[in-house]
Design a protein around this ligand. Structure first.
Ligand code: WTA
Length: 655
């Protein structure tokens, strides 16, 4: 709440520096307004023009937008392309020897690939996938550490028309298993191990565990990239080493031309129910969003060294590591490790060493670095930087100002980018050579994005009053459906109550008198924990899956670093534990959730009660739990509460 209050009182404005405006891809507010006006006049014509300019088509499209089957839209749907061709082959004549990727490993070792080399790597790997019988339309799960190979794996799938589904390396065997099953994957691409902050995580062993859980008979191949010592159990003939697979493969691979709407990938994300959603993206529309936002929001220039710190397990790592930077021909940094290892100066040292010009990270990383080493940036030469970006959650003005003044030395615009797994690319963000910045606001929608704020009935809400953030008109990079669950897609994102036409983002927002958007947070039961989306129901299901637990309710509690900390209220099957016993069970349950979902979902606090606060009709009163979690006195009306006595039990965390 402190964050939201401080945001609402923020009045500072930072207009773009004239020197920045002059060189910008979108220079000045008039240019921005002209683009918006072009889009508003004829939305399909606007996106059609951009799609022709930015995408190389194998077969040009003649239709831009087909809304007949709303909300299942088709964009450019008689066109054909290949996304990997658009990311790699297009640069072979013009800049084959330009560095595409500078990879820095956890221990500081550096590997580079030029566009020509990356093209060879992707072609060889794609041929390797084909040799395993993997073909267009097959689903491939990728469970890998940050590496050049992770990008090669994704691009290799795109090259042959296989739909990839990347699962973040921090997810557990159980989560991986669910995702493999839901996708019906034919292959899993993984590594022997992952190294982060000096620690080793044995990814292949997790894959073995996931597949051994049963029902994953669709998986006929597991490809293992050797990152470390190579100590894995090989299940022959299912398992094959990456280096063996590509050994005799040609470095030419004719791309598989696919329809614009062909699913490039699915990516699982948390929703308000227990089951993760397989967000399904298209090929052309998705790619177009990645390219236009690289140009508009990151003001991409050929001399840039771009660094997005996101893992490829999240959408940010898809759009701004694997696809956007390559499609636009950038040199980018990819980092295996964590920002605090060997110390809290790692990011700043890497910016100095690689002469990074555009740096994109999450507020949670910024806040933890402020806490651990506010003076660290001063030890490094950060003069190469010209633009900073933020993503994943609201950035509080204090963190914004530190980022702007200490990291960017009051020289670099900060682009606060609001978007989602579902939207595929930036939706609301400043175009840095045009839009004046206000710390804590993601500012104005991108050209072609018609955003609004509405009430429960879908009616516009006057500026200054918060409501539901919606996008009112179609845009090419929006997810097409949820994998295998079209009705869930419609109900979740285009609810009837709002008239069925608006895309409902799931965030609440406020718009000020200048038309600037201020994101307030999720309106559903989704927590933002260190920039990751986690459903409270997912964590609750994990808890009740423990043989000890009868019932559980999970809420978020504001946290200075992580945005929200996870607090779980638990009723055990036996009696309420006390003292050391309570402590031991709390530790056991926290670890349990970590194994069930992944360490990112481990509750920060557990509290035990004989029961949970419920209404007489049996509904858990979550708003009371939120108040208890914050350690605040209950001032709400508790008259509908069935059992007021248990509030006392739930007041204190188990330490
Ligand atoms: C939140 C990450 C405020 C928001 C790209 C959204 C933000 C969810 C911002 C999507 C921002 C993302 N300001 N909130 N700049 N960016 N969010 O799917 O709640 O992992 O709905 O996509 O993160 O998270 P997701």
């Amino acid at each position: 709440m402190a964050t939201i209050k401080s945001i609402l009182h923020e009045t500072r404005i930072f207009p773009p520096d004239p020197a920045f405006v002059e060189q910008a891809n979108v220079s000045g507010m008039e240019t921005y307004h002209a683009l918006c006006a072009e889009a508003e006049k004829d939305l399909p014509a606007f996106w059609g023009r951009l799609a022709k300019e930015h995408i190389l088509w194998h077969k040009p499209f003649t239709r831009v937008l087909d809304e007949t089957n709303h909300p299942f839209l088709n964009w450019f749907d008689d066109g054909e392309l290949n996304v990997s061709f658009n990311c790699l082959d297009r640069h072979l004549d013009t800049q084959p020897d330009k560095t595409a990727i500078i990879f820095e490993a956890d221990d500081g070792a550096i590997t580079r690939s030029t566009y020509r080399e990356l093209h060879h790597q992707v072609c060889q790997f794609a041929n390797g996938l084909k040799s395993l019988g993997i073909k267009k339309g097959d689903r491939v799960v990728i469970y890998m550490p940050m590496s050049i190979e992770a990008v090669v794996a994704m691009q290799g799938c795109a090259r042959i028309g296989a739909t990839h589904s990347v699962v973040f390396g921090g997810f557990s065997a159980k989560s991986l298993h669910e995702r493999i099953l839901n996708a019906g994957a034919v292959a899993v691409i993984t590594a022997d191990e992952q190294r982060r902050g000096g620690k080793i995580n044995h990814l292949k062993a997790v894959v073995d565990d996931a597949i051994a859980r049963g029902g994953a008979d669709s998986v006929t191949s597991v490809v293992i990239y050797q990152r470390g010592a190579g100590n894995v159990q090989l299940h022959v003939p299912r398992d094959v080493w990456w280096h063996e697979l590509i050994k005799d493969q040609s470095d030419i691979c004719e791309p598989e031309w696919v329809n614009s709407e062909h699913p490039l990938f699915t990516l699982y994300t948390s929703g308000s129910t227990g089951r993760p959603k397989g967000v399904q993206h298209s090929s052309a529309g998705y790619l177009l969003g990645a390219i236009t936002s690289m140009k508009w929001v990151f003001d991409y220039k050929p001399a840039d060294v771009f660094w997005c710190t996101a893992d490829v397990g999240w959408v940010t790592g898809h759009s701004y590591v694997t696809y956007g930077p390559l499609a636009i021909g950038a040199t980018q940094v990819i980092f295996e490790g964590v920002p605090t290892y060997p110390d809290a100066g790692r990011f700043w040292k890497m910016i100095q060493d690689h002469q990074v010009t555009v740096f994109y990270t999450a507020p949670t990383a910024i806040r933890s670095l402020i806490k651990l080493g506010p003076d660290f940036p001063g030890k490094y030469d950060l003069s190469s930087l010209r633009l900073l970006g933020s993503v994943g959650e609201p950035i509080n003005p204090e963190a914004w100002i530190w980022y702007y003044t200490v990291v960017g030395q009051s020289r670099c615009p900060v682009v606060d980018t609001w978007w989602q797994t579902e939207t595929g690319s930036h939706m609301i963000a400043p175009l840095p050579g045009a839009v004046p910045l206000k710390p804590g606001s993601c500012t104005l929608p991108l050209p072609g994005i018609i955003a609004g704020i509405v009430d429960e009935a879908g009616h516009d809400i006057p500026d200054g009053k918060g409501g539901f953030l919606v996008i009112k008109r179609p845009f090419p990079s929006l997810a097409r459906t949820l994998w295998g669950e079209p009705e869930r897609f419609r109900k979740t994102y285009f609810p009837e109550e709002l008239g069925g036409k608006y895309y409902l983002a799931g965030d609440s927002a406020n718009r000020d008198a200048d038309g600037y958007f201020w994101i307030m947070g999720r309106v559903d039961d989704v927590l933002t924990v260190s920039g990751h989306r986690l459903g409270t129901m997912e964590i609750e299901s994990a808890l009740v899956a423990s043989p000890l637990v009868a019932e559980a309710a999970v809420v978020g509690k504001p946290d200075e670093i992580k945005t929200e900390a996870i607090v779980a209220f638990v009723v055990l099957k036996g009696s309420r534990p006390q003292g050391a016993n309570a402590h031991d069970i709390a530790v056991e349950l926290r670890n349990w959730v970590s194994t069930e979902i992944g360490p990112i979902a481990r509750p920060d606090e557990i509290r035990f009660g004989d029961n949970l606060p419920k209404t007489r009709s049996g509904k858990i009163m979550r708003r009371l739990l939120r108040t208890l979690a914050k350690g605040e006195e209950i001032t709400q009306d508790t008259s509908t509460l069935e059992n007021p006595a248990i509030l006392e039990q739930l007041k204190h965390p188990i330490t």
